[in-house]
Structures are given as structure tokens and as C-alpha cells.
Design a protein around this ligand. Structure first.
Ligand code: C2E
Ligand code: MG
Ligand code: MG
Length: 743
């Protein structure tokens, strides 16, 4: 090509040539230039200067050319490393220039694009072809058009391309040149896609608010607001959902233009849903750049459930969940407040325990018990009115504080309470008579602090129980012993088993006609090292109340069965051993497996064991039937103790797998002492025999009773008349001799 650089080279060579020619001619014929020696010398000098100058120019040009080549190379390297390609089409000369970067982007060789000018279009993902229409429209009017589409590379890989097309028009308005810059934006698109799906699928609420309006909200956000679709929410004022003091606060804190660094705000507030309901949310807000503008992004979640749990926890800390009454904590706080702020007035503490409630709870089941407690709470509040605070301490115990109340006012309230309980509680069409025993202590006479006042009211309550229940008693110092005794007994009881203070005595049961031993009842005996003999009637109810009857009962059963096994091994093989079982033991889910496991371990057949249950068990007939049947399946014998004193009628029993009924001592006593002269005993014997139960009379003390019973076909009897309960050794004597010397 004829460039400036080549011209200078040519001139340089020409002048050098001329100069050399001149020198040669001068050498061959020195006279030729003699006349024009000066001219020739000048020409030589000019030539040398020109050569020097031209040489300099040529060198400069060479340097620039090298720099250009280096730069070109650099550019190429840059283009090669960038995921970019340039496509330039001079429409006038129809020359196409494509940078090699296109190979990297499209995966096709560069010459393929020269061979097929439509190749770039043919590889576009079919679904994205529509974007080209938009692009063509823009290019036709001379606008730069940026489009994004996917292409499929020869190896099947799909890549995202961003294509920026720049059209050039000449002065006449003809389209003369077109350049397109192509980028691979797959990575960006992928992270955008990932971000988008994270936002859209997030279980948290994500929304963007601009100028007070919701610009974007994800699906979780819509659901939270109770909207069917995003359209229902987008464009709406945020204030339609969020309280305005919150939107103002966010705007002030997060979106203040004078703030260099935006705060991230965390808030908890209530959101109004489209259905008008309110829900609790926890939100974080910060400012973000959204579509080129500063907007507020909020991320949050529904915490209604958490708030409810928090409230419940708070409620549980101060209120009784069953009755809704203040609990022990709240009561203590309240009483302390009253004592602190009203020191110069009199106040009353009423300790209230329900009579017979435990029996109902144990026999009728906890759900009935719970309903009764709720009804009790209502009646107490009604009786106390606004004169005090009613609280539940747990179980069937309630404490009431009456502020500014002397003995007189307190008596009135106590009477009102007793009056409220004069009517039965009706649950599931059944009536329950529950009465309270109330103990009262008065501040400051009966105590100056919360603890003493409660303790003394409790003591007075025991006094009320002693005095026949359903009454109230004021505390007096001579009552002190009662509650301490109960507490002492409980403590002793806890240690009695470990310290081997318990033994079993055995009372024989005899055939009334033949005098033959047909059974033995095991009865617990407690000999306390300091106190001496403690009667079962005193500690068994306490053991039931405290649950200690469960371990104690297991010990009794095992002890009795082991003893029976020993007697069987000694040849006394034809009668069972009767063991008393409390309702509480039946409620223990391990009772049945315990019995079967224990019998197996000891090696005693089940029909050697007879369980004495009480009628109170029949109160929960459904559950008891299941358990009794399971026991029957094991082969254990079942008898109903103290029959006639409880709730059941014989008609109940006919559906149960009962073997025997034991007529209570009080009816046997009637035979000789009462005017009806044993009518009840007679009736029970008749009905029992009709239902094919064995009938046994308890507490026989006289011959007259024996005669009456045999006359009326009662088969078996037990009582002091024959024998008191005996130690194991003494009973063995009895078994051998048929009687025993009584100490
Ligand atoms: P229960 O099962 O009805 O036992 C009969 C009670 O009457 C026994 O009193 C017995 O000593 C007494 N007794 C027997 N014959 C006569 C008599 O002719 N006259 C008089 N006055 N009393 C007689 P104990 O041993 O004091 O037991 C009282 C109650 O304590 C028992 O009544 C029973 O309900 C309970 N009990 C006793 N031992 C146990 C036990 O091992 N487990 C359970 N859960 N309760 C027991
Ligand atoms: Mg008994
Ligand atoms: Mg009995």
C-alpha cells in the first residue's frame, strides 16, 4: 500500500541512490564536475542532510507502526479475555468485521459467521426470538437497542447474551453501518434468577415500597395480607396495611436523604389484612436501589403465633390456665402489695379446700373434675364480688384475699361462699355436691407477712374439715398442731418404706357354716419408731393424696404375693390372698403389666390373688371396665370392698367381671344395733346371689351376727369374732390349728 511511511522510504532510497551516483561519477571522471564543483559539493551536503532527515522519519514511522501492532495485540487480548464480541457491518462496502471473541460466546468458529450471516439468529433459543422484533423496530428508527436472549451452543449449552445494536445513518438518512456489541451475561442472569426465586419463594414477606406505595411484594407477602394476587396489593399505599406511625418512622429513620449511611430498622407491629383482621409481624427495613431509584425494602414474617405464645407464657406465669383465675404468683404479688401499702388496715386471707373433690376427680375422671373447678371459680368470684381477689393455688385449693376486711365482713363473705355451694354443680346432666372448707386468718392479728397468713389460714381450714366440712373457721393459736401433724406424717411416710417400718397383717376369711379358711385379707401396718402405730385410715388417704400409694401399693402387692407363694409351698393351697387396691393405683398405666410381671416373677398363679377394689372405682365405669377385664383375663379375682357405702348399685356390677362383694361393717353392725335389723344385709345378700357373686360379710364381732348371716345364706365372713388381723407367723399358726391365741 502507498502510505506516507513507504513514500519516505522511497525518497530515502532515491536520494541515497542519487548521492552514490554522484560520488561514483566524481570518482570516474573528476573533471566532469570540476566546473560545477561547488554545486556538486552542495548537492552532496543536501543529500546527506536529506538522507539523515528521511532516515529519522522512517524510523519514527517504524516505531509508531510497532506500537500500533502492540496495541492491536493488547486490544485483541482484552477482547479475548472479556466475554464480548463485536460485530461490525459496513453496509456501503458490504464488509463484515467480527471479533474472534464471538467464538468464545457462541462456540462456533469465526469463519462460520462469515459464511452464514444468519447463524447468530439461527442459534437463538426459539422462545426468545420475539425480542428481535422489538429490537428491529428500534434500530429502524436509528435508536440503539439492547436486547437479551438465550442462544444454544453447538454442545447444547444454553447461554444468555446481551446484544447492544448501534445503527449509523449518513446525512442523507441512509443506513450505512451497523455495529453490535455482544456480551455473555449468563452468570449475571443466573444469580439474578437465583435471587428472584429466593425472593419469590421465600416464606418471609419481601416487599419494596417507593414513595409510600408498594412497588413489589412476593407471594408470602400477599398471603400474609390476605390478598389473592400481587396485583391486588401492588400500587397500593403502604398505609392501607401498616399503621401510619410505623410508615413515618421507617421513612424518617431509613429513608432520610441527609443520612450517609442508612439504618436498618427492626420493628414489631400489627398489619391490617385485606379482610380487616390484624396480625403481628416482625419487620426489618432498609433502603435499596430499585429500578434506579432509592426505595425501601422490607423483609418480615408473621409472628402472630409467637406473640400468642408469649402472651400465653405471660398469662401462665400469673394466671391459672384452667380457671383463668390469678395463680399463686399473682396472688403472692397482690397480697404483698396490699400488706405493703395498707399496713394500718385489717385484711383477711381465706384458704379454701373442696370437700370430696378428690373422690370425684379420681372416679369421674379429670375432665369432669376440671369442669367442676371452673364452675367453682365462677361461684367464688360471684360470692366475693369486688371485695377481694380470688386465686387458685392448684388442685382443689383456692385462696382469697379480702382487702380492708375485719372479722365481721369476712364472715359475711364466707357465708356467701357457703351459700353459693348449697346447690349442686351440674356436669353432663349429672349433679355433684361439692362443698368448701374455709380457713381464715386475719392481718395483723394472725400474721404480719404473706407466708404466716397463708399457713395459718391453711391450719384453720383443717379445723373446718375436722368440724364436719362445709363450714368456715377463723384461725386461733391452739389450731397450730393440725397442719404440722399432716406435714410430719407425709415426711414420715416418704421414709417408711425404705426404713422397713411397714409390715402386712393377715385377717382370715371363713366359711360361715364349716369354719374353714377360704381366704386371707392382707392389711398394712405401720409402726413408726417414735410415734408407734399409725392407723391405715390415717395414712392411706394421705398416701392417696400425695401419690405415694403407687409405690406403697406395689410393695404391698409383692409382699402379699410372696407370702402367699410361701404358704402355697408349705401346702396351704386352696384359698386366695386379698389385697386392697386404691383407685389411684388403677390409674397408673403400669398397673396391669406390673401385676402380670410380678406374678410371673414370684411364680404365683393369678387365681391366688384377689384384688379388693372400692365402689368409687365404678364412677368411671368405662375405664374401670377395661382395666377390670384385663385383670380378669390375667386370672386375678376381684371383689368389691365396703359394698353399700359408695355410689354403685348392684345393677352396675352385673356388667363387671366381679367375683365377690364384701358387705360393709356398718351394715353388719345393723344386724344387732339397728331397728331395721339387718334389712340391708339381707337385701344385699339376695341381690348378690341373684347376680351370682360371692358374698362376704366384714366386721363380724358377735355370734348373733354369724347366725343371722348363715340364716340368710351368706357364705363367708371376716371379723374379730374369728380373728383379728394377724402377723404372718400367727396366721400360719391359725392355718395349722384353725384358731389362734389372741394377744
Ligand atoms: P378394709 O379393707 O375394709 O379392711 C377392713 C378393716 O376393718 C381393717 O382395718 C380391719 O382391721 C378392720 N376389721 C376387720 N374385722 C373387724 C371387726 O370385727 N371389727 C372392727 N372394728 N374392725 C374390723 P384396718 O386394717 O385399720 O384398715 C382400714 C382400711 O384401710 C381398710 O379397710 C382399707 O380400706 C385400708 N387399708 C388397709 N390396708 C390397706 C392396704 O394394704 N392397701 C390399701 N390401699 N388400703 C388398705
Ligand atoms: Mg379390704
Ligand atoms: Mg372393708
Amino acid at each position: 500500500m502507498f502510505t506516507k511511511r513507504n513514500l519516505y522510504r522511497f525518497l530515502l532510497i532515491l536520494i541515497i541512490g542519487l548521492f552514490v551516483l554522484l560520488q561514483v561519477i566524481d570518482l570516474i571522471n573528476p573533471d566532469l564536475f570540476h566546473s560545477i564543483k561547488i554545486v556538486s559539493n552542495i548537492a552532496s551536503v543536501v543529500s546527506i542532510v536529506a538522507i539523515g532527515f528521511l532516515y529519522f522519519l522512517v524510523k519514527e514511522f517504524d516505531k509508531k507502526a510497532d506500537e500500533y501492532t502492540i496495541n492491536q495485540k493488547k486490544m485483541k487480548n482484552i477482547f479475548d479475555t472479556l466475554d464480548v464480541a463485536i460485530w461490525s457491518h459496513d453496509l456501503k462496502s458490504d464488509t463484515l468485521l467480527i471479533t474472534p471473541g464471538i467464538e468464545k460466546l457462541y462456540g462456533y468458529k469465526l469463519d462460520k459467521f462469515y459464511e452464514n450471516m444468519n447463524l447468530w439468529k439461527e442459534v437463538i433459543y426459539p422462545e426468545d426470538l420475539s425480542v428481535l422484533k422489538d429490537r428491529e423496530k428500534k434500530l429502524a428508527v436509528g435508536e440503539t437497542a439492547t436486547s437479551q436472549y438465550r442462544i444454544i451452543r453447538p454442545d447444547g449449552e444454553v447461554r444468555w447474551i446481551q446484544d447492544r445494536g448501534i445503527p449509523t445513518f449518513d446525512q442523507k438518512g441512509d443506513f450505512v453501518d451497523f455495529t453490535s456489541v455482544l456480551f455473555d451475561i449468563t452468570d449475571r442472569k443466573e444469580s439474578e434468577g437465583l435471587y428472584q426465586s429466593l425472593v419469590e419463594m421465600s416464606p418471609d414477606i419481601i416487599a419494596v415500597v417507593y414513595d409510600g406505595k408498594i412497588e413489589y411484594i412476593n407471594e408470602a407477602g400477599c398471603k400474609l395480607l390476605g390478598a389473592q394476587s400481587q396485583e391486588q396489593v401492588i400500587g397500593q399505599s403502604a398505609k392501607n396495611f401498616v399503621p401510619s406511625h410505623i410508615t413515618d418512622l421507617i421513612k424518617r429513620k431509613v429513608f432520610s436523604p441527609d443520612k450517609l449511611e442508612n439504618e436498618r430498622l427492626r420493628l414489631e407491629f400489627q398489619v391490617r389484612r385485606t379482610d380487616g383482621e390484624s396480625i403481628d409481624v416482625e419487620m426489618a427495613a432498609r433502603s435499596i436501589l430499585y429500578e434506579g431509584r432509592f426505595a425501601i425494602q422490607v423483609v418480615g414474617r408473621d409472628i402472630t403465633q409467637r406473640k400468642k405464645s408469649e402472651q400465653t407464657i405471660k398469662f401462665m406465669a400469673y394466671y391459672d390456665s384452667l380457671t383463668g383465675l390469678p395463680n399463686r404468683n399473682q396472688f403472692r404479688n397482690h397480697l404483698n402489695e396490699v400488706l405493703r401499702h395498707q399496713q394500718n388496715k385489717m385484711h383477711a386471707v381465706l384458704f379454701l379446700d373442696l370437700d370430696r373433690f378428690k373422690i370425684i376427680n379420681d372416679t369421674k375422671g379429670h375432665s369432669i373434675g376440671d369442669i367442676i373447678l371452673q364452675l367453682v371459680a365462677g361461684r367464688l368470684e360471684k360470692a366475693v364480688q369486688n371485695e377481694g381477689l380470688v386465686s387458685r393455688q392448684g388442685g382443689d385449693e383456692f385462696i382469697i384475699v379480702l382487702e380492708d376486711a375485719d372479722k365481721e365482713n369476712t364472715s359475711q363473705v364466707a357465708k356467701r361462699i357457703l351459700n353459693e355451694f348449697s346447690n349442686p354443680f351440674e356436669v353432663n346432666c349429672e349433679e355433684f355436691y361439692v362443698t368448701p372448707s374455709i380457713g381464715i386468718s386475719i392481718y395483723p392479728t394472725d400474721g404480719s407477712d404473706e407466708e404466716t397468713l397463708i399457713k395459718n389460714a391453711d391450719t384453720a381450714m383443717y379445723q373446718a374439715k375436722e368440724r364436719g366440712k362445709n363450714n368456715y373457721q377463723f384461725y386461733s393459736t391452739n389450731l397450730d398442731g393440725i397442719s404440722t401433724w399432716k406435714m410430719k406424717l407425709e415426711n414420715w411416710l416418704r421414709r417408711a418404706l425404705e426404713q422397713n417400718q411397714m409390715t402386712l397383717h393377715y385377717q382370715p376369711q371363713l366359711d360361715l357354716r364349716t369354719g374353714e379358711i377360704v381366704g386371707v385379707e392382707a392389711l398394712i401396718r405401720w409402726n413408726h419408731p417414735e410415734y408407734g402405730y399409725v392407723a391405715p385410715s390415717e395414712f392411706i388417704p394421705l398416701a392417696e393424696e400425695t401419690g405415694l400409694i403407687v409405690p406403697l401399693g406395689k410393695w404391698i402387692l409383692r409382699e402379699a404375693c410372696e407370702r402367699r407363694k410361701a404358704w402355697r409351698d408349705s401346702g396351704f393351697s386352696d384359698f386366695p390372698i386379698a389385697v386392697n387396691v386404691s383407685v389411684r393405683q388403677f390409674q397408673d398405666e403400669h398397673f396391669i403389666p406390673f401385676i402380670s410381671g410380678m406374678l410371673e416373677e414370684i411364680g404365683l398363679e393369678a387365681n391366688y390373688l384377689e384384688l379388693e377394689i372400692t365402689e368409687s372405682l365404678m364412677q368411671n365405669l368405662e375405664n374401670s371396665t377395661i382395666i377390670l377385664n384385663q385383670l380378669k383375663d390375667l386370672g386375678v379375682l376381684l371383689s368389691v370392698d365396703d359394698f353399700g357405702t359408695g355410689y354403685s348399685s348392684l345393677s352396675y356390677l352385673k356388667h363387671l367381671p366381679i367375683d365377690k362383694i364384701k358387705i360393709d361393717k356398718s351394715f353388719v353392725d345393723d344386724i344387732i344395733y339397728h331397728s331395721n335389723q339387718g334389712m340391708m344385709v339381707k337385701t344385699i345378700i339376695d341381690m348378690g346371689m341373684n347376680l351370682k357373686f360371692g358374698v362376704i360379710a366384714e366386721g363380724i364381732e358377735t355370734e348373733e351376727q354369724v347366725k343371722f348371716l348363715t340364716r340368710n345364706a351368706c357364705q363367708i365372713g371376716q371379723g374379730y369374732y374369728y380373728s383379728k388381723p394377724l402377723s404372718a407367723e400367727k396366721l400360719e399358726e391359725f392355718l395349722v390349728k384353725g384358731n389362734v391365741s389372741i394377744e
